[in-house]
Ligand binder design. Structure first.
Ligand code: PEP
Ligand code: MN
Length: 338
């Protein structure tokens, strides 16, 4: 940490900062310039609150030198993390496309969805049994009954399942039904108690980006999960809130290469919740793969018009199949395979 002192700083104020740093277990290195005195704090600064130094007399600014996250940082783990989901790698050379409906509705719907996912060449299936809806009057998901339906449909095609956990009270049911990947949705990216709980298990977690979260805040949420011992984390960019009303959210393509530089964790993209329209999904998917994404989370419904949730953005099974085919060429161009 670097502490920049006011231009008219006194020796007493400098000593005050030195004493404070000492009490926090850090050494100080004082550098007196022509205009300013700066104090370098030597030691592990991660446990120190910037504010506790900023409030001291004579301090103008405090600048962190190291990143606040550690386990998820590329700095500490150079190689890409590859997560193994029942033998399916996420984060390596192979790009994984996770397809499936927004929500689990009926057994017949999920059976058709699983068939469509398999026929499209996808290796994992998504579907929400617990849905975070803006209105309390909208369909809230089938709950535990939905997990059973989902499991049954996916097992016919040997597809690992991805489903959203909204409440720690449902975690036991998720483990009982053998959920293969737990999704933490946008609205819960900073639900720290939930993050701590999924940090205690080893089930892979897809951590979606909060509606207006910075990359640093998002990585700190990932760090919460990792700090508990679960390092099987996949980040999912799904668009951020913007001023534009022509589409649902703004897909932050720039976040992909920046995250790949900052972290060793796999980064996937959800083009469906970003665009909010089925016709936008192919273009956003191509942009994501070209920018280096390790996979996609795409909404597909056997009959999009009849979907109980997010009907506008769901692809048909045939459209998903065509998309996977089209993406193969882009993947090859960037040295990946699908
Ligand atoms: C979802 O994937 O079903 C979902 C609700 O996404 P998000 O959390 O990105 O809104
Ligand atoms: Mn949805």
């Amino acid at each position: 940490m670097i502490i920049i002192m006011h231009p008219q700083v006194t020796d007493a104020e400098i000593n005050g900062v030195k004493d404070k740093l000492k009490s926090l277990g850090l050494e100080s290195n004082i550098s007196r310039g022509v205009e300013r005195t700066i104090i370098g704090a030597i030691g592990d600064e991660r446990k120190i609150h910037k504010e506790s130094l900023q409030a001291l007399a004579g301090v103008e600014d405090v600048i962190r030198v190291v990143k606040p996250y550690k386990i998820v940082a590329r700095e500490w783990h150079k190689a890409d993390t590859v997560i193994n989901i029942k033998g399916i790698p996420v984060g390596g050379k192979t790009i994984q496309i996770i397809g499936g409906p927004c929500s689990v509705e009926t057994q017949a719907q999920m059976d058709l969805a699983a068939q469509g996912v398999e026929q499209a060449g996808c290796r994992l299936i998504r579907g929400g049994a617990f849905k975070p809806r803006t209105s309390p009057y909208s369909f809230q998901g089938k709950g535990v009954e939905g997990l059973k339906i989902f499991r049954q449909a996916a097992d016919k095609y040997n597809l690992p399942i991805v489903t959203e956990l909204m409440d720690v009270r449902h975690l036991d049911a998720f483990l009982e039904h053998g959920v293969d990947v737990i999704q933490i949705g946008t609205r819960n990216m900073q639900n720290f108690d939930l993050l701590k709980e999924v940090g205690k298990i080893h089930t892979p977690v897809i951590l979606k980006r909060g509606l207006c979260a910075t990359l640093s805040e998002w990585l700190m949420s990932a760090e919460y999960i990792a700090a508990g011992g679960n390092h099987n984390i996949i980040l999912c960019e799904r668009g951020v809130r913007s001023f534009e009303k022509a589409y649902r959210n703004m897909l932050d393509v720039t976040a992909i290469p920046v995250l790949k530089k900052e972290t060793h964790l796999p980064v996937i993209v959800d083009p469906s919740h970003a665009g909010g329209k089925a016709w936008l999904v192919p273009t956003l998917s191509k942009a994501a793969i070209a920018a280096g994404a390790d996979g996609l989370l795409v909404e597909m419904h056997p009959q999009p018009c009849d979907a109980w949730c997010d009907a506008d953005q769901a692809l048909t099974p045939d459209e998903l199949k065509d998309l996977v085919g089209d993406l193969r060429g882009i993947a090859q161009a960037v040295g990946r395979i699908i």
